[in-house]
Design a protein around this ligand. Structure first.
Ligand SMILES: *Cc1c(COP(=O)(O)O)cnc(C)c1O
Length: 393
């Protein structure tokens, strides 16, 4: 007997298919055909977790005190490690009990925050293109997403002046993310000051995703929302250990900022999950306490790949500006090809995987996102295949 006459809830049915899942199908097909794939599609870092973090996890695993349910609100010592890291990195003081909450990766928190704050029909402002959780979370919560269309001529910054007052007055929440996935754009500090003023004026909950806090190059230091005076009154900021510390599989992130908002999310999560395995919280503390030389190594690894790929693409006709942060290049498709057509064409002809820009929203059409998640020898092989296949801008 099949149960296909019991339909999933509308909140699930209304979601468009997750593009990465669709890409996985196509990749599986290409593999079956014997193609040696070079996967630059996902945002999954390719390196190993730093050895001191692995060592700390192994040690914590041996301690049976860590084997039970962790405290709902995260271990006190991980929360203290988070607030100490904030103080060190941004000179921002936070209360570890009320202004910091560990998460099972930031994606979980970004979506659950929408469920904790959005009633069906509530208006949520979300940039387009954006990281999928920023619009899918509000959609799952039943919110109405108002897209803030980002444009190359604005350097992919949100144009706050273009938001009609009537829309801003209705909006309850605004998600944003600089340095940005997928566009790799960064926002100057003045932009953060403006968006805080905007959110305060219209009483909008500001949600900043700073998951590329430390993947920045050439001396650039990304701004934290909480560095801006008054931001804590209306905002929260999400962080992840997935990217900087190559810990994507560990599922560790955190949110900091306004205590009421954090309390709302904590209340929801108390009813949904038990948080992160305590042994992993101990390891995560070690990650946040790693000496800066570790960060410099990671940054250098991505910087070298960035420079290598930008130079290689230049030989094929692309003029890609040097990105100041993230592990992505955001590259225009050759004229006349849609994102999907171009990504499929490249995959079929060369076995190289890009993410079509429209996976991040309609305004990502015309671009592909290339992740810097392979060593230069593989990037070199990819460039060689493009040349052979006649792929150029
Ligand atoms: C990778 C990524 C995340 C997800 O991080 P997790 O902590 O692994 O869930 C969140 N936001 C953006 C913009 C990302 O690129």
């Amino acid at each position: 007997m099949t149960l296909n006459w019991i339909a999933p809830a509308e909140r699930i049915q209304q979601l468009p298919p997750y593009v990465f899942a669709r890409l996985d199908e196509l990749k599986a097909k290409a593999r079956e055909q014997g193609l040696d794939l070079i996967d630059l599609g996902m945002g999954n870092p390719d390196g190993a977790t730093p050895q001191p973090v692995v060592d700390a996890a192994v040690k914590a695993l041996q301690n049976s005190a860590n084997h039970g349910y962790p405290p709902f609100e995260g271990t006190a010592s991980f929360r203290r490690a988070i607030t100490s890291w904030y103080r060190r990195r941004y000179e921002v003081d936070l209360d570890p009990d009320s202004e910091a909450l560990p998460l099972l990766g930031s994606k979980e928190g970004l979506t659950h925050l929408a469920i904790a704050y959005i009633n069906p029909g509530d208006l949520v402002l979300v940039p387009n293109p954006a990281y999928p959780a920023h619009f899918r979370g509000p959609a799952i919560a039943g919110g109405k997403v108002h897209s803030l269309i980002l444009k190359p001529e604005n350097d992919w910054l949100i144009d706050l002046a273009a938001i009609p007052d009537a829309v801003a007055e209705q909006a309850k929440m605004l998600y944003f993310n600089y340095p940005s996935n997928p566009t790799a754009a960064t926002a100057p500090r003045e932009f953060f000051t403006e968006i805080v003023a905007f959110a305060r004026r219209f009483e909008i909950l500001l949600v900043h995703d700073l998951c590329y806090a430390e993947l920045a190059f050439d001396g650039y230091q990304p701004t934290s929302l909480l560095e801006i005076p008054g931001a804590k009154d209306i905002g929260v900021e999400f962080h992840t250990l997935s990217k900087t510390y190559n810990m994507a599989g560990w599922r560790v992130g955190f949110v900091v900022g306004n205590r009421h908002v954090i309390q709302g999310l904590r209340t929801l999560k108390t009813n949904l999950d038990y948080g992160i395995f305590s042994a992993l919280q101990t390891a995560a503390e070690t990650a946040l306490q790693l000496p800066d030389v570790y960060l410099q190594e990671v940054q250098e690894r991505y910087r070298i790949r960035r420079d290598f790929l930008i130079q290689g693409l230049a030989h094929l006709g692309w003029n890609v500006n040097k990105t100041k942060a993230t592990m992505y290049l955001w590259v225009p498709c050759p004229v006349g090809l849609s994102s999907t057509d171009f990504a499929l064409d490249v995959l079929q002809k060369t076995g190289v995987v890009f993410t079509p820009g429209n996976a991040f929203g309609v305004a990502g059409e015309g671009y592909v996102r290339i992740s810097l998640i392979a060593e230069c020898d593989r990037l070199s092989e990819a460039l060689y295949r493009f040349k052979q296949a006649g792929i150029h801008y």
